[in-house]
Every structure is written in structure tokens, then in C-alpha cells.
Write a protein that binds this ligand. Structure first.
Ligand code: FEO
Length: 169
């Protein structure tokens, strides 16, 4: 594998674990606010991010590349309003999309079609991640100021269940 592509994928493992950590911190915020449904939604989001990291970890190993695990940064966002994590989550997903696109571009440039094909799943996944984040913001804008509606929204988010990624290696 091209050195740059391998290094970008290795770095992305760290970024995905950081994403998991960030979402866990958001879950932690909502737990403290008494919104267990929101907390559930973000705890599942954190699990998905760990899955993303593990897919990249395994992909590199399967291609005989060395995986180097680096320190995971402390989540550095502070949240005050109930909307804050939702907006931060959306911004974060747009950033992750740019990272995936960057790796995709590097792999394409090197004619590394195996990695391009591997990343196709992530490109689609990022579309879903951004949409989910936008939907949450829209719902909060519509219903967040009304306590009964917020209670129902919390119940809706409590119903989210974890499912393993559709991509297997
Ligand atoms: Fe792994 Fe939320 O992107």
C-alpha cells in the first residue's frame, strides 16, 4: 500500500476513536441533564465510531500494514444548552466526511482501487451520519422548547438500538 494512504488510514483509526470519546462525552452530558434517551442515542453513536475504527484497523492488518495506535485526545467541547451537543455533532460529522474524502482522494491518486472500494462504505455512511445529525437538530428546533414534546423526543431516542456495521472484512 502507498505510504501516505496507509498513514492516513492509521490516523483515521485514532480520529474514529476520538469520535467515540466525543459522543460518549455528549451521552454523559445528557445523562446529567436527565435525558436518558438522548444519552442512549449518543452511547450507540459512540459504539458505531468504535466499529469504524476497528474496520480500518482490520483493513490495514489484512493488507499487511503496520497499525500504530496513538493517544486519544480529551474531548474538548463544553456544552451548556441541550442543543449544543447536537450542533457540535453535526459539525464533527462534516469534519469526518472531509477526512474520509481526503483519504479517498489519496487512494484514487495512487490507483489503490481496493482502498477506494473499502472507503465507498464510509462515504455512504458519512451521508447517513450527517443526515441523522441534521434530523436531530431539526427535531430539537421544532420540539425542544416544549417539555412534553421533549419528553416524547427523549423516548424516541431511547428506542434506538445498536446494530453492527453492514460492512464486513
Ligand atoms: Fe465514523 Fe461518525 O463517523
Amino acid at each position: 500500500m502507498n505510504e501516505k494512504v496507509s498513514a492516513l488510514l492509521n490516523d483515521q483509526i485514532n480520529k474514529e476513536f476520538y469520535s467515540a470519546y466525543l459522543y460518549l462525552d455528549m451521552a454523559n452530558f445528557y445523562t446529567r441533564k436527565g435525558l436518558d434517551g438522548f444519552a442512549n442515542w449518543y452511547e450507540i453513536q459512540a459504539k458505531e465510531e468504535q466499529d469504524h475504527a476497528m474496520l480500518m484497523y482490520r483493513y490495514l492488518q489484512n493488507n499487511d500494514e503496520t497499525v500504530t495506535l496513538e493517544a486519544i485526545a480529551k474531548p474538548d467541547k463544553t456544552f451548556e444548552s441541550l442543543m449544543d451537543p447536537l450542533k457540535a455533532g453535526f459539525e464533527h460529522e462534516k469534519y469526518v466526511t472531509s477526512l474520509i474524502n481526503n483519504i479517498y482522494a489519496a487512494a484514487s491518486k495512487e490507483n489503490d482501487y481496493r482502498t477506494v472500494q473499502f472507503l465507498d462504505w464510509f462515504v455512504k455512511e458519512q451521508g447517513e451520519e450527517e443526515k441523522n445529525a441534521m434530523d436531530l437538530i431539526n427535531k430539537m428546533e421544532l420540539f425542544g422548547d416544549d417539555t412534553r414534546s421533549l419528553y416524547m423526543l427523549n423516548n424516541e431516542l431511547a428506542a434506538r438500538v445498536y446494530s453492527a456495521p453492514s460492512l464486513t472484512l
